[in-house]
Design a protein around this ligand. Sequence first.
Ligand code: NAD
Length: 274
Amino acid sequence: MPQLGLGVFQVAEDETTAAVLTALACGYRSIDTAALYGNEAAVGAAIKTCGILREDLFVTTKLWNSDQGTDKVRPAVERSLAKLGVDYVDLYLIHWPVPSTDRYVETWQAFERLSAEGLARAIGVSNFTIPHLRRLMAETSTVPSVNQIELHPGFQQQDLREFHAAHDIVTEAWSPLGQGAALAHPVVRDLAQRHGKTPAQIVLRWHIDIGNVAIPKSVTPSRISENIDVFDFELTTEDLRLLEALDTGTRVGPDPEAVGTRPSGFSTRIDQTL
Ligand code: NAD
């Protein structure tokens, strides 16, 4: 799985194809979408026209909360595959645990069947906490390959990252730039100046150095290009220590325990969908 990908949450359908094509031209090979985002078909249009072999791309999509449950998973993945115009996704994620409906275990068992059939090369989860992961491990036979979670300098999720490492689960960071908020911090700005890089590049390099997969979102070609240009410099141990100290435990998104039970406060669009 590439350590850097393009996220397309809140990218309008008519902007998505161009953003994905720009990213692929800049060297990205991993795209993160979701049924919720309403732009799988536009991602599919980019996949179809980009001229890159399917096996060289890494396509992730996610099952939306209302499609959890034994009988709903298969039709949901078929809809996503049809929109994306692919025979399989490289990674299929349960978007949120939705503890209030308590269907994530049976949903995961349906994911195991999709994996056996080859419709998803890898299966994982998103926004799962340690108790949710422990329950999957206790009640099913497959450990998720990936947990995609909110993770940025202001919200570093140390305990969950350690749990992932102990169980060979890839930590994938969503809102890796804290939706832009992390870029204004004086420590980040100072490091950017010292390394001759941008604040976004400092934060993304930090993700790479601590072993995360990161999927920054942008539709601006210069930023898309900037965000993958992070492999020609290294942060020092002291730099990493300074960045580690920025953790304030402050989310930009909702608490996974709450999603599906009440308005999330994350974005108007998600709130309307829940
Ligand atoms: P992000 O941290 O990637 O921030 C995106 C914002 O940062 C952009 O809107 C832009 O304003 C700014 N930005 C991007 N590159 C920049 C640069 N080089 N310089 C200055 N500003 C820059 O936040 P996000 O979009 O919330 O998260 C990224 C991706 O994570 C999403 O697109 C989606 O794929 C995924 N995601 C998943 C979940 C989930 O529940 N699984 C939730 C949210 C996001």
